[in-house]
Design a protein around this ligand. Structure first.
Ligand SMILES: [Zn+2]
Length: 1019
């Protein structure tokens, strides 16, 4: 049956869109002069730009090879007949196939960056009341950022070529009269039209809204819209005045611009995106006092302060009015699977401190709308940094399962809880539409106990955040029948009210696993390696510098700078490997700088230590360093050769005499051949393909590998995900597999007395794998030092170890602890976790025995049944067509052990794999320090020393401990320098409560399972 209203509705739409909308802006006038200065390559400053030479430029002319900048100088005169009118510059960029996309630009008015221009923001208001005949000049800095095209791999490549053809035109640059009253009518009518589209046909409210619109249209003279439209506005008033029905769900609309710190553009462009976005936000705040904007990454404001000080002061003023709200508490919005625990701590410390120092605001929320899954360590880290609220919407992207709540308590491995909220509109960049608002409320799963939800709206990634149109719509939906009441407010106001609404929130325990983007644990191995190395190097640099150097010589500011560099590259499209190639050129350079700096600090500190160590009586003394938290025995290597077995105390050093080197007495000789490696503990057998066919544990007389299985098998899977190439590996990828069993060569490369090793090489496709398998005296760790020349495309490389262990659960290391995940597929939730992330190890144990698989820079694992697998390499083609192609070097290790992972020494073995013993040669001399010692020491296994550093803003040392076994215990902490006073602090190093110091200068503490303890100690 035909809808009798269709004719009316079509008429209304036509009147509004064809007649009213074009009338909102009045007459236009050309500019007097358009001139351009084109900058090839890197951007230049405003001062350089205005001093440059300009050439005439015409509407329709082309500009902008990828990544270039064009500065437009615009001069104009307001026509005398426009006196008293509101006048704006209309500026539009065209090109790239005229798809409506335009580059982003920044208006500079009298030397100040005033507002961004983009497809969403095409007008810059010059005056509310023009003086006819007045003249003016503006500069527009336009960036030729290549267009981002999802799903079309060729496009961005084509357009991203520097030195390529111009991509853009200047479609429009002119003066225009703006008619605020017409705009107001247009916004009224547009919103009611949208409401009408959404409401069911038989809803009485629909009839009311339709009647109002029909009446309004009848009042308009289509031959003189501008002259008649004001007569039409009262017709809409009644329909707009009907209040929202009581008892409705309330929406806290938060203005936002999700700004990826690097992704399809490099870091340097984000600096300019920040300026354009924030300038737009701040200028709209003058027009809309109720507008609240959440700015969520401290580094963006730090950049703005450095590069745009005038804009930063305007932001500061809007922070003071409460309109511009520092949000999120972190330095960037980091990936939350891959960074180590201490990195997540520093994200919060430096993020929160920036907001505190600059604005006096203590942020209490974590704002991570777009991050690819969340470690179960986070709730405790958040709480100890004073963060009580957590927001994401990313789990709405799950492939298999729908999360059961939108508002709930999230509980981490230690039992800490934060209030968590998933905005039910399932977006972090809403358009302020009736459709999104109503669907969000319909979708909300916790109406029984909660009456509000958060709705982030605004264009992200350079789109400039909310528009005036969105803010106009929000005004009209504050209390309007047919839509939930919309309140513009910041995240703080929302969370303060929302978190207290219920006393009995449902609880979600454990990680918030994202059932998507599982390839990001593996893609771009270079950035993962750089991050791991940076984390380990900065830990060592702080450890030695804090405990050895005088306080005045501690390079605290420089270490903080290095940390911030590392944290920057943990951004959720950098560390996951989902950025363009340029992003990883920057990461490689910055990671190298972090490593250089940390190495330099370590050298300085340990040289100072070596000079004060008593080495008398040694012929050829070296001082050996051990940065791990446990006493260890390990091999000392000279030029790649194992020359001695040495004992070194935890976080300490020991003098060793190279001249006295020999195998320790009683050591059984090792044995090696192309088909085996053997020490006192293990006998490893290989077949003619170089694959492991037996790992026999001689101590407990047990075969480690599954019967008949071959292990250390490289498995190659076709890897063509349905959607996000660099991000995803889909389940079907693992349905077919090619095992790389072909062996090119095997040879014995080390034959004792302290270590034996084989070298194997394999070729496949266009690629090569060379691997050194080694076994050291006294160790059950079989190490696989691997080099790959990787030239595949759309292939996923894993290595597999089928073992004789049966368990329904495997254990994975996460930040400051571990968790268990199923090894089966009982439920859809288990099915979804076919690829998971871990830090340095995963372990499969049954009662009294287990096997761990350790890594030194990898993050992707799967354990299905009795097969442990580590993910090694991927080869996506979008957005980086050459991601991961080239040379790789990494080491993994297999550790069979009696007992569980705790008693089996898995954590210690993983730390040793990641942190080698190293030494500094010296001469025989006397010194104040004994020949061996721990600078910091904890007397309990299963307690990591996560950080040792000088306090940033107080006297003394900061020592951060993490209980990682998951049990309560007491421990004793000692410093070589002794402890005089001790206090527990939060993660920002703010004092909490004093801790008792024993008479002998040590600290005794009780700790809870997985407790993270930060102490400030004075010697
Ligand atoms: Zn993002």
């Amino acid at each position: 049956m035909p809808d009798p209203h269709q004719v009316d509705d079509a008429h209304v739409l036509r009147v509004l869109h064809e007649f009213v909308r074009p009338a909102v802006t009045g007459p236009s006038a050309p500019l007097d002069e358009i001139a351009a200065h084109h900058v090839h390559g890197e951007p230049i400053s405003y001062d350089d730009a205005v001093a440059a030479a300009y050439e005439p430029f015409a509407i329709g002319d082309t500009w902008g090879p990828a990544w270039d900048t064009s500065w437009f100088r615009l001069r104009g005169t307001i026509p005398p007949e426009w006196a008293g009118a509101e006048v704006a510059l209309r500026f539009e960029i065209g090109g790239a196939g005229d798809t409506g996309f335009g580059a982003e630009a920044l208006v500079w008015d009298h030397g100040r960056p005033m507002q961004g221009l983009s497809p969403n923001h095409r007008e810059y208001r010059l005056t509310r009341s023009a003086e006819g005949g007045s003249t003016g000049e503006l500069y527009v800095e336009a960036a030729a950022n290549p267009r981002a095209t999802w799903g079309l791999p060729e496009w961005p490549l084509l357009l991203a070529e520097p030195d390529g053809p111009p991509q853009f035109t200047l479609a429009r640059a002119e003066l225009r009269v703006v008619r605020p009253e017409l705009r107001a009518f247009w916004e009224d009518a547009r919103l009611l039209g949208e409401l009408l589209t959404y409401l069911p046909v038989d809803d009485p409210r629909a009839a009311q809204v339709r009647a109002a619109l029909v009446d309004a249209c009848a009042a308009i003279d289509l031959d003189d819209v501008a002259g008649s439209v004001l007569r039409a506005r009262p017709a809409l008033k009644a329909a707009l005045g009907v209040p929202a029905r009581s008892g409705g769900h309330r929406v806290s609309a938060v203005g936002h611009a999700h700004l990826d710190t690097a992704w399809l553009w490099p870091l340097r462009e984000t600096v300019r995106k920040c300026a354009r976005t924030f300038a737009t936000a701040v200028s709209l705040m003058d027009d809309y006092p109720e507008y609240r904007f959440a700015c969520s990454q401290a580094v963006h404001l730090a950049w703005t302060k450095e590069h745009y000080p005038d804009l930063f002061e305007r932001i500061r003023a809007k922070v003071a009015t409460g309109q511009f709200e520092p949000t999120g508490s972190m330095w960037v919005e980091p990936d939350c699977n891959l960074p180590g625990g201490e990195s997540l701590v520093r994200q919060l410390v430096y993020g929160k401190r920036f907001f505190l120092d600059e604005f006096g605001i203590e942020t209490r929320d974590a704002w991570l709308p777009d991050v690819f899954g969340f470690t179960a360590a986070l709730p405790q880290i958040f709480r100890r940094a004073g963060v009580e609220w957590f927001l994401t919407q990313k789990l709405s992207w799950n492939q298999y399962n729908v999360m059961p709540h939108h508002s709930f308590l999230w509980e981490g491995i230690d039992g800490s809880r934060v209030f968590a909220h998933f905005p039910p509109a399932d977006t972090y960049g809403g358009n302020m539409t009736v459709d999104e608002l109503r669907k969000g409320v319909d979708r909300f799963l916790d109406h029984g106990i909660a009456s509000r939800s958060l709705y982030p709206f605004g264009h992200g990634d350079g789109g400039g955040g909310p528009t005036a149109e969105m803010l106009e719509a929000a005004r009209r939906m504050r209390d309007l029948d047919g839509v939930p009441p919309v309140v513009l407010e910041g995240p703080r106001a929302f969370f303060e009210a929302a978190a207290d609404e219920a006393a009995d929130w449902p609880v979600w325990v454990g990680e918030l696993y994202l059932e998507l983007h599982r390839g990001t644990y593996t893609t771009h191995a270079d950035v993962k390696l750089g991050n791991r190395q940076g984390e380990l190097a900065l830990r060592e640099a702080e450890l030695w510098a804090a405990t050895v150097l005088p306080a005045a010589d501690y390079p605290g500011a420089q270490l903080e700078d290095s940390w911030k560099t590392l944290l920057l590259h943990q951004f959720h499209d950098i560390l996951p490997g989902s950025g363009i190639h340029w992003v990883y050129e920057d990461s490689a350079r910055d990671h190298a700088a972090v490593l250089d700096h940390a190495t330099d600090v370590v050298d300085r500190a340990t040289t100072a230590l070596v000079d004060t160590v008593d080495t008398t009586g040694h012929v050829e003394p070296v001082v050996v360093f051990n940065a791990t938290a446990h006493d260890r025995t390990g091999l000392l290597e000279v030029d790649g050769e194992a020359v001695a077995l040495v004992d070194v105390p935890a976080c300490g050093y020991a003098v060793h005499d190279l001249a006295a080197t020999s195998p320790p007495p009683g050591t059984a000789p090792l044995s090696v051949g192309p088909d085996h490696l053997e020490n006192e503990r293990l006998r490893v057998e290989l077949d003619e393909d170089g694959l492991l066919t037996s790992v026999y544990d001689k101590l407990v007389r047990r075969e480690v590998l599954a019967p008949g299985a071959r292990a250390n098998v490289f498995q190659l899977h076709p890897d063509r995900p349905n959607f996000f190439d660099a991000w995803d590996v889909d389940r079907f990828a693992f349905d077919s597999v090619e095992e790389l069993s072909e062996l090119d060569a095997v040879e014995v490369v080390e034959s004792g007395p302290l270590r034996v090793a084989l070298r194997l090489s394999r070729s496949f496709g266009s690629s090569l794998i060379a691997q050194r398998i080694s076994l050291s005296t006294g160790s059950s760790r079989i190490e696989f030092a691997t080099e790959v020349d990787w030239h595949e495309s759309h292939r996923f490389l894993k290595v597999a170890f089928p073992v004789a262990v049966h368990s329904p659960r495997a254990t994975y290391e996460i930040q400051f602890g571990h968790l268990e995940r199923p090894t089966h597929e009982n439920t859809s939730w288990d099915v979804a976790r076919f690829e998971v992330s871990a830090q340095q190890w995963a372990d499969l144990s049954e009662g009294n025995y287990g096997v761990a698989l350790l890594n030194d820079c990898k993050y992707g694992y799967d354990v299905r049944g009795n097969v442990l697998r580590l993910s090694l390499l991927r080869a996506p083609t979008w957005p980086d067509p050459v991601a991961d192609r080239g040379h790789h070097r990494f080491t993994y290790a297999l550790l069979p052990h009696a007992g569980d992972f705790r008693l089996g020494g898995v954590i210690e073995a993983a730390r040793e794999l990641n942190s080698r013993l190293w030494f500094t040669p010296t001469g025989a001399h006397t010194g104040d320090r004994p020949a061996r010692g721990s600078l910091v020491r904890v007397d309990r296994s299963g307690v990591d020393i996560a950080a040792v550093k000088r306090a940033d803003r107080a006297q003394g040392l900061i020592v951060r401990l993490a209980e990682v076994w998951g049990r309560r215990t007491s421990l004793r902490l000692e410093l070589q320098a002794g402890v005089r006073a001790a206090v527990r602090t939060d993660l920002l190093e703010r004092d909490l409560e004093p801790v008792v110091v024993d008479d002998d200068g040590a600290v005794t503490l009780d700790v809870l399972p997985f407790e993270l303890v930060t102490l400030r100690l004075e010697s």
